[in-house]
Design a protein around this ligand. Structure first.
Ligand code: 6PG
Length: 246
């Protein structure tokens, strides 16, 4: 099973993800003077973000050179308990010396379509890409996987999975009865590195289907993440990996 690294527990997974972040940040800053990362939402990354904010990790990153984005966002205000921005702020960004101008959140206080258009413009300006000319190439994109096989806010059966032109889309997710804004597959697959963080027994069945089953991204959206030239790694704990090697 290529690129799958199994850790005994969530602490081991968080440490490995934090080490990867630090390693890639050091390399990107040395090579290009900056490190661009799109954070994952949900709950799994909390341990990683808290570690990155700790004395053991934070001093190893030149936060003045780090630019933080998000892979997706719930369409709620930034202070809402459901906000991915709020989760990252509480666990990491409020505890490290990252300049506010380096935090590029998805402005979900705007109505969804407008938030997506604003975020796409942010990407165009930051990566200095004219519309239709290339795709933003993040140094690292962190992703989670839902127990239905979704990733970012690319949910099974949604049109967002087939978006070819836009880098960011807003869509109403029937299953959640909620609007989401998400990076599209083109941006996920342009990244230099993509790391999935997956933990818990509840993900084991789906993880096996995603990694070992047939390619059916409409049903298992995580499968659509196949970086064109970047490296893909799956950092998983033993509980989530329980069915991978049986
Ligand atoms: C979100 C995430 C989503 C998440 C998965 C896994 O906004 O919820 O971007 O894709 O990564 O749902 O979530 P957990 O880590 O909470 O299981």
């Amino acid at each position: 099973m290529e690129h799958v690294h199994v850790y005994p527990d969530t602490a081991g997974l968080a440490r490995a993800a934090a080490e990867l972040f630090v390693h890639l940040a050091e390399g990107a800053v040395r090579a290009r003077g900056r490190f661009t990362v799109a954070l994952a939402g949900g709950s799994t990354p909390r341990g990683t973000y808290a570690l990155l904010a700790s004395e053991a990790f934070a001093p190893r990153v030149d936060w003045s050179r780090v630019h933080v984005f998000w892979g997706d966002e719930r369409c709620v205000p930034p202070e809402h308990p459901e906000s991915n921005h709020r989760m990252a702020r509480e666990t990491l960004l409020d505890h490290v010396p990252i300049p506010p101008a380096n935090v590029h959140r998805i402005p979900c206080e705007q109505e969804p379509m407008r938030a997506a258009a604003t975020y796409e413009r942010t990407l165009q300006e930051f990566f200095a890409l004219a519309p239709g000319a290339g795709v933003p190439q993040f140094d690292l994109i962190l992703l989670g996987m839902g127990d239905d096989g979704h990733t970012a806010s690319l949910f099974p059966g949604t049109a967002a999975l087939h978006e070819r032109r836009r880098w960011v889309v807003a869509h109403y997710v029937e299953k959640l009865q909620a609007w989401r804004v998400t990076l599209t597959p083109a941006v996920l697959n342009a990244a230099d590195h993509v790391a999935f963080l997956v933990s818990g027994a509840g993900k084991a069945t789906r993880l096996r289907e995603v990694l070992r089953g047939s390619y059916q991204p409409d049903i298992l959206p995580a499968q659509i993440v196949q970086p064109a030239s970047g490296r893909l790694v799956w950092l998983v704990d033993a509980a989530a990996a329980a069915l991978l090697f049986v």
